[in-house]
Every structure is written in C-alpha cells, then in structure tokens.
Design a protein around this ligand. Structure first.
Ligand code: SF4
Length: 298
C-alpha cells in the first residue's frame, strides 16, 4: 500500500498537477493535499482570483506598454511578507475560485489583443494549475510571471516552457531579515538560484519598447535596510549577465514592524550605489510613488 502511494505521488510530480497530490510546488514544501488542507499559502487546490484589472498601467513601461496589462491578482501567497501592500488578499485571502478548465475559459473570454501582456500577479502557489490551464493555448501577447522569487529551480524549469517574461522580486539578502519579515530564512539562497536560472533561460528580447521575453528583476528598498539593498544589488551585478533591474522606492507602511516611509537620503543612497556599480539598465522609481493611491483596492 505504501509503495503504491509513493508511485502515485512520484507520477503526479512528473506529469504536472493531479488531484490528490501532496503539495511541494514551492520551497515551503508543505506536503499536504490541498483538496482537504491548506499549507503556508492558505490556498486550496482551485485557482483563486482576487481581482482582475484590465489595461493595468502600473507596471514598468516595458511591461505595461501603452495598452496596459490584463492584470490577474491571485489570492494567497507562499511568502506572506508582513509589510505586504496587498495584505488583504495575500494574508486573508478572498476571491473567486476556478477549476483549471474554468480558469482557461475565463482567460480566453477576454479579447487579449486589447492588452500588451497577461500579468499573472503572485501566481507561484498555483504554478502547476496554471501550467495545466495554459497548456496548448495560443496567446497573442506575452505571459508575465510576476512573482516574489521564492520558487524552486525545478519549477522555474517547468515555467520556462510557457512563461515569456519573469517580473521577479529580489527582496532580501540577510537571512535574519527574511526570517523576521516573511518566515523564510532561506529566501536569499532560494531566490538567488531561481533568478539566475530565469536569466539563463530567458534572454531579454524587446520589440517596440516592450519586453517580449526576458527577466526584469525588481528590488523594493525597505526603511532601515539600505545595506541589505546594497548587498542585493551587488549580488545582481556580480552574478547576472546584463541585468535589467527595477529599483523601487514605493514602500508604504501597512502591517508589521516597518512603520515609516523611506527617507530621501535612503533612496538616494541606494540609487547612487546602483549607479556607482554600473547597474545602468532598467528603472528607478521616484519618491512620489510611495503613496497608497498606488495600491489597488481589493
Ligand atoms: S504552494 Fe502553498 S501549500 Fe504548496 S508548498 Fe507552497 S506554501 Fe505549501
């Protein structure tokens, strides 16, 4: 009996998403059946969508383009940072549930030519379900995988067959900091490998100023943690060939221990450092972006 179960789980892992499989989709490796239990991401086996915004223009210009993205915000999160601006959906969870086939039909119900990309926001805990939903589907615009970087190399290899653009956060360098803010002491070791692999697999290709394929690495500066930002940027510079980066200063206090905005000096220090070490391709955000007007209402 034990042997049979092991064979079933092994096959489930090999073929993609299967009902009854134990979830090891992300590095949390909760090993639970999401049909009957919830793991760290707090989501069941069905894909749950918290919000959809058509013609969404708040991503970087090479992602949003002129027409904007079809932005699909998923409920739950496998990282659950205490300062998350989308706390209402990442921690509490809300939205409409879809089976794999229902999600495919839902996506195809939009006139996708009206957008410059499909922006899948915080999708990692539904990776296998989404891969299944997108299997064999021909889409007129790139699929953007907008994730927190806490993903296994095994999953990134699978995603590369379907995802065009990785819009990925690279959040923390220090393990004590990631432990404190999201309960993932191994964040840096996991995300650094995942992001390096994304960059090796997806060369940056632009057309009409839009990223059609590639990796845009985001880093959000946190109050009191300028040194951590510098360590992340130095790591990117030393380990990624021709990195395309987006340095964000939009931090807005929400829940948790970080309860103030960035100071102009903190922003300037990080941006000057990026310039000094030669991170010249990408985007820098200005101070005005630290405003809760830029947080979608869920
Ligand atoms: S996707 Fe969710 S349930 Fe699965 S391993 Fe990650 S956190 Fe756990």
């Amino acid at each position: 009996m034990t042997r049979l179960c092991l064979v079933f789980i092994y096959n489930a892992k090999r073929k993609g998403y299967n009902k009854g499989m134990l979830c090891t989709q992300c590095p949390r490796s909760c090993n639970i059946d999401r049909a009957v239990a919830k793991g760290f991401c707090r989501e069941g086996e069905k894909i749950r969508v918290a919000k959809v915004i058509e013609n969404f223009t708040w991503e970087e210009p090479c992602i949003s383009g002129k027409k904007g993205a079809l932005a699909i915000f998923f409920s739950g999160c496998n990282l659950r940072c205490e300062f998350c601006q989308n706390y209402e959906i990442s921690h509490i969870g809300k939205g409409k549930q879809f089976t794999i086939n229902e999600f495919r039909d839902f996506l195809l119900s939009f006139d996708l030519s009206k957008f410059d990309c499909i922006d899948l926001i915080t999708p990692s805990h539904f990776s296998l379900q989404l891969l299944e939903a997108l299997k064999g589907v021909s889409l007129p615009v790139p699929i953007v995988w907008n994730s927190n970087g806490y993903e296994t190399e095994e999953m990134i290899k699978k995603l590369c067959s379907r995802v065009d653009v990785f819009l990925v956060d690279f959040k923390f360098y220090d393990s004590a900091l990631s432990e404190k803010l999201c309960g993932a002491r191994d964040y840096f070791s996991v995300a650094s490998k995942a992001i390096k692999l994304m960059c090796e697999k997806k060369e940056n290709i632009f057309k009409d100023r839009l990223m059609k394929q590639g990796v845009l690495i985001r880093h959000l500066i946190l109050p009191d943690h300028v040194k951590d930002s510098m360590m992340i940027l130095q790591h990117i510079k030393d380990n990624i060939k021709n990195p395309f980066v987006s340095i964000m200063s939009q931090f807005t206090p929400c829940k948790g221990s970080l309860q103030r905005k960035l100071t102009p000096l903190e922003i300037k220090t990080v941006l000057s450092f990026a310039e000094r070490i030669g991170l010249s391709q990408g985007y820098y955000q200005d101070e005005a972006s630290a405003n809760d007007a830029f947080i979608p209402k869920f």
